[in-house]
Ligand binder design. Structure first.
Ligand SMILES: [Zn+2]
Length: 167
């Protein structure tokens, strides 16, 4: 198994509670037969929004960081503990594009066994003018016929955009 599927467990050998050697079932589980400690790892939810402007154009950003640096996608990021998926989609859009959005319906959920994240994508309506940020080095609105299909960051970016535009 690829270590990147669970970096938090890739180097783990010892129980975080009692410090003795633990049983690691990579990438899913660490358990300790000495003290009974056990922790389970699951795919991490990533919340995203596909913001549309008032003219029905899709607002995309060119990523400033890896993975996918230089390629186009929509805003998204990890859901924090203590936060809802919807709130995370709004927060990430604000952090990456500097705009509030009205969150629309769910576009889809994108998951693969070889990925450590589950992407949850909503449609959104931009109520402000987006701007560039360190995470979004270029921001553009694309008519559906102008989407840069050959320069998208992730497999899930393409699937979600196709689903959003066919809805
Ligand atoms: Zn232990």
């Amino acid at each position: 198994m690829d270590a990147s599927l669970n970096p938090a467990l890739a180097e783990a050998r010892f129980c975080p509670r009692c410090g003795r050697s633990a049983e690691v079932s990579f990438p899913q589980r660490i358990a300790c037969r000495h003290c009974g400690y056990a922790a389970y790892f699951n795919p991490k939810p990533v919340a995203a929004a596909i913001p549309l402007d008032g003219g029905g154009r899709v607002i995309l950003l060119r990523r400033g960081f890896d993975p996918g640096r230089g390629l186009w996608t929509f805003p998204g990021g990890f859901v924090d503990l203590g936060e809802s998926v919807e709130a995370a989609a709004r927060r990430e859009t604000d952090e990456e594009l500097g705009i509030a959005i009205e969150l629309g319906p769910l576009v889809g959920v994108y998951s693969r066994a070889d990925e450590r994240v589950v992407l949850i994508v909503y449609r959104g309506l931009a109520v402000e003018e987006p701007r560039t940020t360190p995470e979004a080095v270029e921001v553009r609105s694309f008519a559906p016929s102008e989407i840069p299909w050959g320069e998208l960051a992730f497999w899930s970016t393409e699937l979600a955009l196709r689903d959003a535009l066919s809805a």
